[in-house]
Design a binder for this molecule. Structure first.
Ligand SMILES: Nc1ncnc2c1ncn2[C@@H]1O[C@H](COP(=O)(O)OP(=O)(O)O)[C@@H](O)[C@H]1O
Ligand SMILES: [Mg+2]
Length: 300
């Protein structure tokens, strides 16, 4: 499987990222390294997607820079303290105490939200008007948190349940408000670049090192792994949409007959290449620069 080893103490390993302890920084810091691994339905495929980790990292940095007026984020640097071997795919970040919830915002009715709506007329308990069609725009966008399962599938929960998990209702309502503000800002920016941001997921943490304990945006942000991005010119109500994200691989995985139980199957070459193209296309459309500019900026 695709991992680049770094000579630092390993703190945690997720489906896509490795976290290492970074010393020599004035505050507790981590090196967050995005691999080229890809997961669908919470299982990691044995086939890497070349450059994927660099796309995710470059896009996260783009969005951290453009959303800092909305909420503080964990980015320290994409170069300083980042070992040569992982330049472009790694970030030095503030170590946070992560909130145990995934903060999903939906601006369009698709995926599990569409399924939920068809069955119940609502999404994660948020009632919606009757008669909406697949891929309908939701205005205003809705906040539909889920659990952050350490293994297996995340589960949709209400904001009250999320508040209970977080242990602070005021904080959870602030998180919901900030999530919606981030989504709305990013969706407007993306649309100017011809891309629909259908939905996305944020993860927040608390900077316990700061006496004011501020809310900080962590993890990856607004990437094609954590979001659904659709080319605006291909949008048509009443069906699923062509996408610049993982949906392409999910569609292949479903058509392959895989039962969604681990182990996930190997991905054929043409699907690997198709996925890589979509991820790089997402970077270039949204950041408005060639992907090579990111590689050059972060090269050792
Ligand atoms: N600043 C941070 N401090 C501590 N943990 C973080 C920070 N940013 C992200 N994380 C955590 O690092 C992990 C990222 O690895 P990833 O492979 O994306 O995991 P997952 O399989 O859970 O999606 C997540 O568990 C995320 O909550
Ligand atoms: Mg993750």
């Amino acid at each position: 499987m695709s991992t680049t080893t770094v000579d630092l103490p390993l703190v945690a390993s997720g489906k896509v990222r490795e976290l290492y302890e970074l010393s020599g920084s004035p505050q507790p810091a981590l090196l967050m390294v995005a691999s080229d691994r890809i997961s669908t339905y919470d299982a990691v495929h044995p086939t890497p997607i070349p450059d994927k980790g660099k796309v995710l990292t470059g896009l996260s940095v783009f969005w951290f820079a453009h959303t800092a007026h909305i909420v503080a984020n964990h980015l320290i640097s994409a170069t300083e303290g980042v070992p040569d071997a992982v330049r472009g795919r790694a970030l030095a970040v503030k170590r946070l105490e992560m909130l145990p919830v995934e903060c999903v915002v939906r601006g369009y009715l698709t995926g599990s939200g569409w399924k939920d709506y068809q069955a119940s007329g609502s999404v994660s308990g948020v009632a919606l008007p009757a008669g909406l069609r697949e891929s309908a725009r939701l205005d205003p966008p809705i906040f539909t948190p889920s659990t952050k399962a350490t293994s297996g599938h995340d589960e949709a929960i209400s904001i009250e349940q999320a508040a209970e998990l977080v242990g602070d209702s005021d904080l959870m309502h602030q998180v919901a408000e900030v999530s919606i503000a981030l989504y709305s800002f990013a969706a407007a920016h993306a649309l100017e670049r011809g891309v629909i941001l259908a939905d996305t997921k944020f993860e927040f943490g608390i900077d316990t090192n700061d006496p004011s304990r501020p809310l900080v945006l962590g993890d990856e942000v607004l990437t094609p792994d954590s979001s659904r991005y659709w080319p605006a010119d291909g949008y048509e109500l009443g069906r699923s949409q062509p996408s610049l994200d993982k949906q392409y691989v999910r569609d292949w995985a479903t058509a392959s007959g895989w039962d969604r139980m681990p182990p996930a199957p190997a991905i054929p070459d043409e699907v690997v290449e198709g996925t890589r193209e979509r991820y790089i296309d997402a970077y270039e459309r949204i950041a408005g620069e060639p992907f090579s500019a990111w590689l050059t900026r972060t090269s050792a």
